[in-house]
Design a protein around this ligand. Structure first.
Ligand code: PBG
Length: 327
């Protein structure tokens, strides 16, 4: 059969029929909201390149988490900005570290929130790289030793899940064994498995004060040109015991999300990163695009590509629309 008997438009003629044939839906269950916690007191400051996103001191973060909970978003991922940085990022495993203090406070006041911690060093080191520097680059195996201390400390202070983002070889295996030996066999690992060396992280690095002081991250984060290597990284993390694998950024990497979804049975997370958020906010502010519609279309595309969950700075905006029944 063919046209004029075949007419695909029949299934698009009203909102009701479009609802019936819709293949992809955004729900609150898809969302993870990133939260920046910083040193100091009584601070709620907007990130200039990320309108609507704030950095909170520990005493103020609870209200932010309650807002996320009240919107029905199931999880947050925490990023920390410590008062003191050093060569190795020792704040990341200190009992008085910024994440440790935030975890204790959040878990005490909002215990029902699922709290994921970003596990890295770039926000905590004077040089801004994601591990211990030896010579001109990050030393992989020395960094693994510090990662183990960091994740155990996060678990001790109440993290529900850890998410290593440093792209060190063997990081999932090292973290799994450290958690298991410390009695945290039940804490899952969400691995930033295919994380690309991307210019889309720009606004985040302002927010988290984590830009590298010299060089770049191309000796550990992936070359944006490589798709097969992304699958290799994902499969290695699966072997090492990851519970969830992540692709980051999302938009310029939708093909990678789709391939990863095919290649593994694990849930797939996509990180709709800061630059992707900032571009939409900026063009929306200028009146050049309809911000709300572009946001929805963007998040739908990430889900359609295969993401089971999305880390996004849009989570609260989207949740408000969902709760009003507008999508
Ligand atoms: C590393 C980390 C980064 C992001 C999340 N975790 C920055 C980087 O790799 O330079 C970027 C997230 C974003 O751009 O929204 N701790």
């Amino acid at each position: 059969m063919e046209f004029p008997k075949l007419r695909p438009r029949r299934l698009r003629l009203s909102e009701n029929i479009r609802r019936l044939v819709r293949e992809t839906r955004l729900t609150l269950d898809d969302l993870i909201y990133p939260i920046f916690v910083r040193y100091g007191e009584n601070i709620v400051e907007e990130v200039p390149s990320m309108p609507g996103v704030y950095r909170y001191s520990v005493d103020k973060v609870v209200d932010a988490v309650k807002e996320v909970r009240d919107l029905g978003i199931p999880a947050i991922i925490l990023f920390g900005i410590p008062e003191h940085k050093d060569e190795v990022g020792s704040d990341t495993w200190s009992e008085q570290g910024i994440i440790q203090r935030a975890l204790r406070k959040i878990k005490k006041e909002v215990p029902e929130m699922y709290v994921i911690t970003d596990v890295c060093f770039c926000e905590y080191t004077t040089h801004g790289h994601c591990g211990v520097i030896k010579g001109h680059t990050v030393d992989n195996d020395l960094t693994l030793e510090n990662l183990k201390k960091q994740v155990v400390s996060h678990a001790e202070n109440g993290a529900d899940m850890v998410a290593p983002s440093g792209m060190m070889d063997g990081m999932v295996q090292a973290i799994r064994s450290a958690l298991d030996s410390a009695g945290y066999t039940h804490i899952p690992i969400m691995a930033y498995s295919a994380k690309f060396a991307s210019a889309f992280y720009g606004p985040f690095r302002d927010a988290a004060e984590s830009a590298p002081a010299f060089g770049d991250r191309r000796s550990y984060q992936m070359d944006p040109a490589n798709a097969r290597e992304a699958l290799k990284e994902v499969l290695l993390d699966v072997q090492e015991g990851a519970d969830i694998v992540m692709v980051k950024p999302a938009l310029a990497y939708l093909d990678i999300i789709a391939k990863v979804k095919e290649a593994t049975l694990l849930p797939v997370c996509a990180y709709n990163v800061s630059g992707e958020y900032a571009m939409i906010k900026a063009a929306g502010k200028l009146g050049w695009i309809d911000e709300e519609k572009v946001m929805i279309e963007t998040l739908i595309s990430i889900k359609r590509a295969g993401a089971d969950m999305i880390i996004t700075y849009f989570a609260k905006d989207l949740a408000k629309l969902i709760n009003k029944g507008l999508i």
